[in-house]
Design a protein around this ligand. Structure first.
Ligand code: HDE
Length: 703
């Protein structure tokens, strides 16, 4: 074909024609050419053509003098930075911390001095094992990292949603992480602990048993970041103005109470919405329904530490809340999403060693190792010692130092002196009064690679955790262990794990062994010290016991059809609204439905895109014809069957009964099915929803 060269850039012209702009009152109007800023290169030169490379004729060859193309592609080719080695997949938000009372008697940390004072905060939640593009509902620990921009420097509380950890000494961290990551020869499985390498390492590492109980519990599949606790894990120190020390453990308690999903649901959520947790946080903050946590502290002295059953410096142990009651000291509110994910969430650099004066470390060997590690990781990821110049990492208080130069220096220090002391009268000097001081702990010890004997009990708190769960939660732990170990190909690994479980709870070990087809129970693992069975249950460790007892912040999914009862829907929506929860409609097709009285209702989802796993409770408000039509659709039947199997409360209009039946759910199966046939029924349904799930149903559905 004969080619004609043309200089016309039609696409650009059309973009002008088609672009609408939002006015001040929110109205849309046609954009004018003058409304759009001129595209420039990174050097600021205006660009005439962003659609075509510079060529000798058409189609080419291309010319190397095309600096705009070269710069654009060069920059694109360098858009990625290394993902975090662990906690790669995460999501962050801005907010503030509000101090309740002055803690001046126990800490001189500036953030805890003045009641009512607000300190800016940035929080990043994450999974641990999966890569950046993995899914949100992996069975995994969640990172709960908080950066508090205090007036005396950044304080990073880099914690998890589980109060203990796998290992006692930082030197084992690469091993535990290698074991959980995809196996190196095959490059899978992604974001899963259900494989040989992980359970091989775990079953050879008895100190991980307490943590294993937590990650096999529903704590590892939270319903939302908003509904999980956070823990600083290690014991820290508070130091007051007299440098007196109080030990402290930090806990975040969610205002909306605890809630998790069930495993069968988690697997389906990952398919339906891999960004389930991200979207949840994004939507809650944009709706003005700000997530909130209370910061609590467990305070204790050396005398308590000496008398406690376990070593307070052992990060595989916790102090039950029934023994030291957490004291609320402030609240964290997340009220703003970052403008740009990369700029803030990806570049934020948390470091355990970021503590202001008044907060100090303990000798927990895991914490000591972390303090060493986090600086390396920032240099590797962000590429320059000047990563503190990036706005999300920079302190928001005045700062002065003589660190200079290096890649990407973003500040322009003025003056002659770049050292101190100096005679120029320039620059900052240290301040023994205001400055950070470490606790003056006397040390007289041999230099050796040691593990304290006081760290030797690996089973007692694992057992206490298991005994503190409701029967439902205990079953979930047994099911999770069975599932995970069923994915191990090596029978020795399975047996070795069962031998540990027998030290935690005999019935648990026997149940898991039975499900795994292990006919002869192995001998219990040989414990370093005998496990204790006298530790009382700690109700604070159960999720179900610590539910919100209301439906606030939760989501109702209503399956609707043409010809449905608009008034009933209205009443349902109003009651859910009143409860502080949200309603989303799911319709047979995009565009919504027309109710019996002729009102058009837009729907958020069409049935294939809105499965019931995305909701905390569901309702079926259908016409007779709608129910008959949907009964023939697999997606609609799954909607109902899954909601039932996941123990959710289900409301239904009388006309919807045939869909229930086709989905294998008897309309009067249990009290979790609420027929919306009288005016009080809506209120009764909302009342039920406050329990979140009807766990009593679980025995009947046998997930
Ligand atoms: Fe981390 N951890 N970690 N970790 N960790 C990282 O730092 C490390 C540990 C935690 O949202 C890395 O910036 C070592 C315990 C969170 O950006 C890295 C050890 C706890 C985050 C690192 C631990 C955590 C990280 C990777 C054993 C709970 C995500 C990227 C001594 C209390 C922060 C980065 C974010 C991130 C090292 C153990 C929590 C490699 C060596 C225990 C929440 O530096």
């Amino acid at each position: 074909m004969a080619r004609k060269a043309t200089a016309e850039t039609r696409t650009t012209a059309k973009v002008h024609d088609q672009t609408l702009k939002r006015g001040e009152g929110g109205e849309l109007h046609q954009i004018q050419a003058g409304d759009i800023p001129t595209l420039t290169t990174a050097q600021g030169a205006p660009v005439a053509d962003d659609q075509n490379t510079l060529k000798a004729g058409a189609p080419g060859p291309g010319l190397i003098e095309d600096f705009h193309f070269r710069e654009k592609i060069f920059h694109f080719d360098h858009e990625r930075i290394p993902e975090r080695v662990v906690h790669a997949r995460g999501y962050g938000a801005h907010g503030y911390f509000e101090t309740y009372d002055s803690l001046a008697d126990i800490t001189r940390a500036d953030i805890f001095q003045r009641p009512g004072e607000k300190t800016p905060a940035f929080v990043r939640f994450s999974t641990v094992a999966g890569s950046k593009g993995s899914f949100d509902l992996a069975r995994d620990v969640r990172g709960f990292a908080v950066k508090l921009y205090t007036k005396e420097g950044n304080w990073d509380l880099v914690g998890n949603n589980i109060p203990v950890f796998f290992i006692q000494d930082a030197i084992k961290f690469p091993d535990v992480i290698h074991s959980v990551k995809p196996e190196p020869d095959r490059g899978f499985p992604q974001a899963q602990s259900a494989h040989d390498n992980f359970w091989d390492f775990i079953s050879l590492t008895p100190e991980s048993m307490h943590m294993v109980m937590w990650i096999m519990s529903d704590r590892a599949i939270p319903r939302s970041f908003r509904f999980m606790e956070g823990f600083g894990v290690h014991t820290f120190r508070f130091l007051n103005a007299r440098d007196e020390s109080t030990f402290v453990k930090f806990l975040w308690k969610p205002k909306f109470g605890l809630q998790s999903v069930v495993w069968n649901e988690a697997v389906k959520i990952n398919g339906a919405d891999p960004d389930f947790h991200r979207r949840d946080l994004w939507e809650a903050i944009h709706a003005g329904d700000f997530p909130e946590w209370e910061l609590c502290v467990q305070l204790f002295d050396q005398e308590f530490a000496d008398s406690f059953d376990f070593d307070v410096l052992d990060p595989t142990k916790l102090i039950p809340e029934e023994i030291i009651k957490p004291r609320p000291v402030g609240r964290l509110v997340l009220d703003r999403m970052p403008d740009n994910f990369f700029f803030e969430t990806e570049q934020v650099a948390f470091m355990t060693q970021n503590v202001p004066p008044g907060i100090d470390f303990s000798d927990d060997p895991l914490l000591q190792g972390r303090n060493f590690s986090y600086l390396d990781t920032q240099l590797k990821r962000l590429g320059s010692p000047n990563f503190t110049h990036i706005p999300i990492n920079a302190p928001k208080c005045p700062f002065h130092h003589f660190q200079q130069d290096g890649h990407m220096a973003m500040r322009n220090p003025a003056g002659r002196a770049n050292y101190q002391p100096n005679s120029w009268g320039e620059g900052p000097r240290e301040d023994p009064e205001r400055g950070f001081r470490s606790f003056r702990q006397p040390i007289d010890a041999p230099k050796a690679r040691l593990r304290p004997e006081s760290f030797a009990d690996h089973y007692s708190q694992a057992r206490q955790f298991f005994n503190s769960q409701t029967v439902t939660e205990q079953k979930h732990i047994a099911m999770a262990l069975t599932f995970e170990l069923s994915k191990c190909e090596n029978p020795l690994i399975r047996e070795r794990m069962v031998s540990h479980l027998l030290n935690i709870d005999e019935a648990l070990g026997a149940t898991v062994a039975d499900k795994l087809g292990i006919d002869r129970l192995p001998k219990p693992a040989d414990p370093a010290v005998p496990p204790r069975d006298d530790l009382p249950a700690s109700p604070a460790l159960s999720i179900i016991e610590n539910g919100p007892k209301n439906f606030a912040g939760r989501k109702l999914g209503v399956l609707v059809s043409d010809g449905c009862d608009g008034k009933l829907l209205e009443a349902l929506r109003a009651a859910i609204d009143q409860e502080g929860a949200t309603t989303e409609l799911i319709a047979p097709k995009v565009g919504g439905v027309v109710t019996a009285d002729g009102t058009h209702l837009p729907a958020r989802h069409m049935i294939d895109g809105g499965p019931s796993v995305l909701f905390d409770a569901v309702a079926l408000v259908l016409s007779k014809e709608g129910a008959a039509m949907l009964a023939k659709e697999a997606a609609a039947r799954d909607f109902v069957a899954d909601a039932f199997a996941h123990c959710k409360f289900i409301a239904f209009s009388a006309e919807a009964a045939p869909l229930l039946e086709k989905a294998g759910v008897a309309p009067d199966a249990d009290e979790g099915l609420v027929r919306l046939d009288r005016s009080a029924a809506v209120a009764a349904f909302v009342e039920s929803c406050r329990k979140l799930r009807l766990w009593a149903r679980e025995a009947a559905v046998k997930l």
